[in-house]
Design a protein around this ligand. Structure first.
Ligand SMILES: Cc1cc2nc3c(=O)[nH]c(=O)nc-3n(C[C@H](O)[C@H](O)[C@H](O)COP(=O)(O)OP(=O)(O)OC[C@H]3O[C@@H](n4cnc5c(N)ncnc54)[C@H](O)[C@@H]3O)c2cc1C
Length: 447
């Protein structure tokens, strides 16, 4: 495709956020008689779904301790439910299965889910939790569990299929998607702050506004936009914490046990909800019985025909190097540094066996293929959705975001002058103002 020399809106990144924004913006422009998809150009340096959206596990849940996240996720689930076929979305539900240290947190989540009309069942106590789980899986055997939250909505989507579904919706409205075009810089206009054009490897494109939705590459684009690489955060104690790095990386750990996905069906033969288990019970090897960890640990898993087995993950690994020194490319399975190793396979398969007897002795079927990938996190591990330099909207989801298909809808409304109460708690100014999200007892940085 020949690139235009001017377009009203440039969207950088053809992942879940860039494409959802382009689709919703095109629909609104058309609906309001103000233009349409022809006014929007999506640029991606590689391809549609070349980033985190193309390798994500695809889990869609509401289970968040932070009220603002739950409310946003409820809106996102509505978008997933609006066209399950196009998004390859499987509404099987989601379960958070937790130890005593998390019981109060999860009880609070359930209370608010009731308040916002998000259907879920909450079971408390070791005995009732075990009975509930055995009612679903008769081989359930996880220990150290004293509560179960069963979300009846949510589930998972097939990662790339959903992104292609979004791309089709956008293109059907006239949006142009140019792949193999890397944004390498921004040009300012007469108004000093605003961006007047994006520089790409294939020429300069003048534009009225820019949407940055580049997932794990946000550190680089942030630098190109000359935004601050450290922030001051007003803590809960009222003190100012200076020079906190804006971005840091974690390596997501995921893999697939190459069994027949039907192995994980429920007692009544249905496809099961996505399972997430956190526990403080010691984890021992399913191979030789040795101790793997006595710290709180967690895993998630689901049968997935797309991955060809039971697919899931465990807690991510912190990348200690400063963000500027982390090689994001080559990304995902192509990375020489950020794919899972044998330790992950050993831990995750042992944890599966800890939860359900059917997984005992199955580690030999673990798929030895590169998996996992980097996620880029903000200082508090929650998203930043905000406007910078007057006409640049940054969607930086802090790696929460495959499930956040509805954020693009809210961003499109803001681009057309509307405000969004749901996006309000995710403004950049929250760091300086001390409007921080509550922190849960989960062993994951994203719960
Ligand atoms: C292994 C793994 C599993 C995950 N599982 C889940 C999950 O189960 N559920 C969930 O909700 N979230 C999950 N996440 C997080 C989720 O995948 C991301 O938060 C989300 O996909 C980010 O979407 P995005 O559109 O912002 O970015 P991406 O999908 O990463 O897309 C960004 C795009 O920008 C392009 N790009 C980058 N720089 C430039 C440039 N300079 N010029 C042009 N194009 C550029 C890239 O090529 C890429 O295609 C997971 C993440 C990982 C890594």
């Amino acid at each position: 495709m020949a690139l235009p020399s001017h377009v009203k809106t440039v969207v950088i990144g053809a992942g879940i956020h860039g494409l959802s924004t382009a689709w919703h913006l095109a629909a609104r422009l058309k609906g309001q008689g103000k233009g349409g998809g022809k006014d929007i150009l999506v640029l991606d340096k590689t391809a549609i779904a070349a980033g985190a959206s193309g390798i994500a596990c695809g889990v869609v849940r509401n289970n968040y301790y932070q009220p603002a996240m739950r409310e946003l996720m409820a809106q996102c689930v509505e978008v997933w439910e609006s066209d399950p076929a196009a998004f390859s979305y499987h509404p099987v539900g989601y379960m958070q299965i937790s130890p005593e240290a998390m019981r109060d947190d999860v009880a609070a989540i359930h209370e608010q889910q009731k308040a916002i009309g998000y259907e879920s069942v909450f079971v408390e106590g070791a005995g009732p939790s075990e009975t509930y789980m055995k009612g679903l899986f008769d081989d359930w055997q996880a220990r150290g569990i004293t509560s179960v939250l069963h979300e009846k909505r949510g589930g998972y989507a097939n990662n790339t299929a959903a992104i292609y579904g979004l791309a089709k919706k956008a293109e059907d409205l006239g949006v142009r998607i140019a792949t193999g075009v890397e944004v390498t810089g921004f040009r300012s206009g007469h108004a000093a702050a605003a961006v007047a054009a994006v520089e790409t490897g294939k020429g300069v494109i003048e534009c009225d506004q820019v949407v940055v939705a580049v997932g794990p590459w946000i550190n680089r684009l942030w630098t190109l936009l000359e935004l601050p690489n450290t922030v001051t955060i007003k803590g809960r104690d009222g003190r100012l914490h200076q020079d906190i790095p804006m971005w840091r990386y974690w390596a997501l750990e995921e893999g697939t046990l190459g069994v027949d996905p039907n192995l994980q069906k429920t007692n009544d033969g249905a496809m099961p909800p996505v399972i997430h288990v956190d526990t403080d019970a010691p984890l021992h090897s399913d191979v030789d019985g040795s101790l793997i960890t006595e710290q709180m640990w967690g895993i998630y898993y689901k049968p997935d025909f797309n991955f060809g087995g039971v697919q899931g993950g465990a807690m991510p690994q912190k990348v200690e190097a400063p963000a500027d020194q982390v090689a994001v490319d080559p990304y995902g399975p192509d990375s020489p540094d950020f794919v899972v190793d044998d330790n992950f396979a050993h831990m995750w398969c042992s944890a599966l066996a800890f939860c359900q007897k059917r997984f005992e002795g199955q580690i030999g079927k673990y798929k030895k293929e590169p998996s996992g990938g980097l996620g880029c996190f903000t200082p508090d591990s929650f998203p930043v959705f905000d406007r910078f330099r007057e006409n640049v909207f940054v969607i930086a989801d802090s790696n929460h975001g495959y499930k956040m298909i509805g954020v693009g809808k809210l961003v499109a409304e803001e681009l057309l002058g509307g405000g969004s109460a749901l996006l309000g708690p995710f403004r950049f100014a929250r760091y300086a103002e001390g409007r921080l999200h509550p922190v849960s007892h989960s062993p994951f940085p994203w719960s």
